[in-house]
Design a protein around this ligand. Structure first.
Ligand code: ATP
Ligand code: MG
Length: 143
């Protein structure tokens, strides 16, 4: 991943989440892992859609909850979109074949990444999303 400021942002609207997604996509390089954390409905899938848009992916992005992973290959880099909400930990993640994706040349975006944190590399970009006070507001921390 190219350098990207690691900071806490007060986001006022989904348009700003889109800007962040586009910036992450611009910084993305083959093999990057983007670990999304945050409560139900905070915008992990929304952010993934905007990262996909920034990568130039033309397909519609749907939550992969029932598939664990969905692959999109129409952009600048392949996108592997995971939702591990239903998994119990890194062992199950590996059983589902995650290792090949994590070591591959695409960009892995993982929703509920805290569940599988034990098998994620140290240099993964962690993006935590929390609800802000106002409608549409979010507090986003890049670690
Ligand atoms: N600033 C914002 N950033 C992202 N999404 C926002 C924002 N403001 C409002 N939303 C809305 O919040 C919802 C976020 O839903 P989304 O499915 O992306 O969340 P999620 O974190 O993936 O949920 P889940 O935990 O079920 O996977 C969407 O309906 C989106 O339009
Ligand atoms: Mg989601």
């Amino acid at each position: 991943m190219k350098a990207i400021p690691h900071e806490t942002m007060n986001i006022a609207s989904e348009a700003e989440t889109r800007e962040l997604g586009l910036r992450i996509a611009d910084a993305a390089e083959p093999g990057d892992i983007i670990a999304l954390t945050g409560d139900l409905g905070t915008g992990k899938t929304a952010l993934t859609k905007y990262i996909a848009e920034g990568l130039g992916i033309k397909e519609e992005i749907n939550s992969p909850t029932f598939n664990i992973v969905k692959e999109y290959r129409s952009g600048r880099l392949p996108l592997f979109h995971f939702d591990v909400y239903r998994l119990d930990g890194g062992d199950e993640f590996y059983d589902a074949g995650a290792e090949d994706y994590l070591n591959g040349k695409g960009v892995c975006v993982i929703e509920w990444a805290d569940i599988v944190a034990d098998v994620l590399p140290e240099d993964a970009l962690v993006v935590n999303i929390r609800y802000g006070e106002e409608d549409g507001a979010r507090i986003v921390t890049l670690l």
